[in-house]
Design a binder for this molecule. Structure first.
Ligand SMILES: Cc1cc2nc3c(=O)[nH]c(=O)nc-3n(C[C@H](O)[C@H](O)[C@H](O)COP(=O)(O)OP(=O)(O)OC[C@H]3O[C@@H](n4cnc5c(N)ncnc54)[C@H](O)[C@@H]3O)c2cc1C
Length: 475
């Protein structure tokens, strides 16, 4: 890429948000460069499940879902987040999620009606699964970038933003030791899951999981955008936010869906949730329990019968997909001590540090429900329940410790302009995707929340950055 003032917009980061920003800025007439730290484009977006959350789409209509719209999504979004998100940003997300999905379809991403599901706790299906998952979305966006006159620099990490002559504006950026002067920059460097220091500073719920915690996104997502922005006066918003997934910490295996025969109890020995509830809400529910974790309880009969879900059985048998909740693995983990074993429930409770008596009472009630095939406490599918009756009994600590994404980020306005501590835009600076805060709240509203955020605000940032560049060129 050129280091003279040849560009109107430089986009930093080539994941979902950055690719969208580059396309839209180009289509708005800007001369665009895209700088990516990795040797390839895609970021965490390419590693993702590719689920996109939207209301009022053509895919919903093709699946027979009519009447869903942005207003309903907004109400759901704000209620679930108890209004602790930036309402103006949430409104943009809800309004533009469906047009963003149609735009992706236009670029060649396939979202089939069969891939639509209820990915949160809403009544209608809004989780749109892309064919080819996140890699499918990233590939389509990359094709669109390559089809345009957009300069792409790979293996090039942006190190600094150049301050402008006046306070409150930027004049360019530094990439691999070279200064590039440009009137408009979009920071789309993703989150900071791969940066242990920033996790301690900004996402303590993740950091306190110690060596249980591991990040499943791109290793290049080190929070550079946040650090670059803060250095020129940007404010951060959304402390301690992100999405954690639960793990028994046997090994680095991501299992989003746990079997229904597990019984989760807290340190009072009580059940507190439908164990098969959406992963989107599970981390928060477990974090709210005494000690911030819980125990999965089962007996020897359940352990012996523990098999992979039929959908994944072939991959498991081929050794492609390791799993936690299978008979041999559980036996092996008894030997490591990660599965705690005892001959009685009271002894098991003591070994787990639970309030004495509570576990036995819970199991008594659960067993009666399991025999009737009805979960009267949390309404789990009764067919999946198994009584806990055959010793030895087992307990496995479960913690929300797998870091899927982070959502503390640069404060932006609805035009994606990065704001300082007094809510004044820093001229020339825009942000989108995980780098920007205030869109994703304490509650992940459902699978697809983050990809929709990256696409919607990435597109908007591209258009706005082009407008910023145009304004700066005006006499
Ligand atoms: C395994 C997994 C599954 C997921 N599944 C889903 C899902 O199904 N649905 C959903 O909504 N969300 C999902 N997520 C979350 C979602 O994928 C991300 O939050 C979203 O894609 C982030 O997009 P982004 O553009 O902000 O960042 P990214 O896609 O991570 O892109 C950021 C890019 O910036 C680059 N970069 C970083 N620093 C610099 C620098 N200094 N200079 C230049 N480049 C830099 C990085 O290399 C990276 O390519 C998942 C995440 C993971 C890890």
């Amino acid at each position: 890429m050129s280091t003279g003032r040849d560009y109107d917009v430089v986009v930093v980061g080539g994941g979902g948000a950055g690719l969208c920003a580059a396309i839209e800025a180009h289509d708005a007439g800007a001369r665009v460069a895209l700088v990516e730290a990795d040797r390839k484009l895609g970021g965490s977006t390419a590693l993702s499940g590719g689920v996109y959350y939207a209301a009022g789409t053509s895919v919903q209509r093709a699946a027979g879902i009519v009447g869903d719209d942005a207003d309903a999504m907004f109400e759901y979004y704000m209620t679930l987040n108890q209004y602790r998100v930036e309402a103006a940003l949430a409104r943009v997300l809800c309004d533009e999620a469906a047009p963003g999905l149609e735009w992706l379809i236009g670029l060649g991403v396939e979202f089939l009606p069969e891939g639509l599901y209820r990915s949160g706790v809403e009544r209608v299906a809004r989780g749109h699964g892309a064919t080819g998952a996140g890699a499918g979305i990233a590939a389509a966006l990359e094709r669109a970038v390559r089809a345009r006159t957009i300069d792409v620099a790979l293996d090039a990490r942006v190190e600094a933003l150049l301050p402008g002559e006046q306070a409150g504006c930027i004049a360019g950026l530094r990439v691999s030791g070279a200064d590039i002067r440009v009137p408009s920059v979009v920071l789309a460097t993703g989150g900071f899951g791969a940066n242990p220091y920033l996790l301690h500073r900004l996402y303590p719920d993740a950091a306190r999981q110690g060596d249980w915690a591991w990040y499943i996104g791109s290793p290049h997502c080190q929070g550079d955008g946040l650090v670059l922005g803060e250095a020129v006066g940007a404010d951060l918003v959304g402390h301690n936010r992100g999405l954690l997934l639960t793990t028994p910490n046997f090994r680095k295996v991501l299992e989003v869906f746990v079997p229904g025969w597990l019984v989760y109890v807290n340190r009072e020995g009580r059940r507190f949730v439908n164990e098969t509830a959406e992963y989107a809400v599970m981390a928060g529910v477990i974090q709210a329990q005494t000690g911030g974790s819980c125990f999965a309880i089962f007996d020897e009969a359940a352990r012996r019968e523990a098999r992979p879900h039929p959908r994944y059985a072939d991959a498991f048998a081929a050794g492609v997909l390791p799993m936690n909740w299978v008979a041999d693995e559980l036996a092996a983990q008894v030997r490591t001590g990660r599965v705690i074993q005892a001959d009685t429930l009271d002894e098991l409770a003591v070994r787990c540090g639970m309030r004495p008596g509570g576990l036995a009472a819970t199991v008594e009630g659960y067993n009666a429900d399991a025999r009737d095939g009805v979960d009267r406490a949390f309404f789990k599918n009764g067919e999946e329940m198994k009584p806990i009756a055959t010793p030895p009994f087992f307990a496995v600590e479960i913690r929300p410790a797998i870091i899927c994404l982070t959502s503390t980020g640069l404060r932006i306005d609805a035009r994606t302009r990065v704001l300082d501590g007094n809510d004044r835009p820093i001229r020339g600076l825009h942000a989108a995707g995980e780098t920007a805060g205030g869109v994703l709240g304490e509650r992940y509203i459902g699978g697809g929340n983050s990809i929709a955020n990256a696409i919607v605000f990435g597109r908007r940032a591209g258009r706005e950055a082009a407008a910023t560049a145009r304004a700066s060129n005006e006499p």
